[in-house]
Design a protein around this ligand. Sequence first.
Ligand SMILES: [Zn+2]
Length: 197
Amino acid sequence: MADELVQVPAREARAVRVASGGRFRVIDVEGGQVVDLFAFAADDVGEYASAEHTRIWVNRLFPRVGEAFVTNRRRPILWLERDDSPGVHDMLCAACDPTRYRLLGVGGWHASCQENLQGAMAALGHDRVEIPQPINLFMNIPVRDGGELGWEPAPTRAGDSVTLRAETDCIVVVSACPQDIVPINHNNPTPIAVELL
Ligand SMILES: [Zn+2]
């Protein structure tokens, strides 16, 4: 059976179901693109991967190969199995949302990872979900001396990827972050892909 490849257009999101023990690869197709990754327990979407709980679990600010991402109930839901990227990921920043873009001076509607997540989950019948603090793959937010955050362009090149494994049946949502005001996506949002292995 061929591996399934899910294409996620620039500025959009897709949801995929991953069974317990299933593995998937998140690919930065063109490079320099941040991915907001969300995972919800399939049997209860009130349980979801939580960056703020994961930071405590791993005692680190940022993900590392071999470590788990845990839920708001402090149980592993995903494992970072392999990293074929520069290894720069963020667990500090909330998903972008309509208010964020308004505060950045955008006049009209602007796509956001929050609305992308809500749309992808609604398509599966989950009309109301929490907006978890995401795992921001390939996002480069260095912590400077004194605690200040940097907002640096994603350092990935075309085809870079990470491979994750599900600890439990889950719904994974990946959003190709549409941020084009601050330079995390080189001001040029591009597509991503998810390969179900
Ligand atoms: Zn975003």
